[in-house]
Design a protein around this ligand. Structure first.
Ligand code: AMP
Length: 190
């Protein structure tokens, strides 16, 4: 299986690039953010539990994340591999991912880390706020999401770098240009 995690700060373009990557490599896709937003939209019990946490830009508990991940993974049949977007988001989740993939007799092939300067990220996110109206794309929540990213998520990158599994990709430029860099990086770990 080809299992990839796409990593980077909020607004780095993970969602946009994920759509192109899953098509090229025929991968199943798990975006924990999308799954959570799905629960919110459906008005489920889990959705009600996470709404305030997400609106404030905080991280949802690892326990709930495992629940939605397992449900999603169990729905897959005969997949070529999985692309994880927005997960793992802290070191505990990195260990959880290892466990989940071991159960499937596989492992993470590589992590693609998109690098984008913070000034550009803020610009992109405010633009997205106008277009998509996500309730966590307001300045206070955005600031907190960056804070959470620096404190809890960034150490995950070092974890995979030390394992020799993380490739950094320049996330500045047009969508196609960044996509080509990502494909080159993935081909390196195939
Ligand atoms: P995203 O769409 O990946 O930017 O995620 C939006 C929000 O969903 C985050 O700010 C968190 O509140 C929550 N979230 C998404 N993925 C995770 C995760 N792996 N762990 C904890 N919270 C998450």
């Amino acid at each position: 299986m080809l299992n990839i995690a796409i990593f980077g700060p909020p607004g780095a373009g993970k969602g946009t690039q994920s759509r192109l990557i899953i098509e090229k490599y025929n991968l199943a896709y798990i975006s924990t953010g999308d799954l959570l937003r799905g629960e919110l939209a459906a008005g489920s019990e889990l959705g009600k539990q996470v709404k305030a946490v997400m609106d404030a830009g905080n991280l949802v508990s690892d326990e709930l994340i495992v629940k939605i991940l397992e449900k999603k993974i169990n729905s897959f049949e005969n997949v070529n591999g999985i692309l994880f977007d927005g997960f793992p988001r802290n070191l505990v989740q990195a260990y959880i991912l290892t466990g989940l993939l071991t159960k499937l007799n596989t492992e993470l092939s590589c992590m693609i880390s998109l690098e984008v300067p913070e000034k550009e990220l803020m610009k992109r996110m405010l633009k997205r706020a106008e277009k998509e109206g996500r309730s966590d794309d307001n300045p206070d929540a955005i600031r907190n999401r960056f804070k959470q990213y620096h404190e809890k998520t960034q150490p995950v990158e070092m974890f995979y770098k030390e394992m020799g599994k993380c490739i950094t990709v320049n996330g500045l430029g047009d969508i196609d240009e960044i996509y080509k860099r990502i494909i080159n990086a993935i081909d390196q770990c195939l």
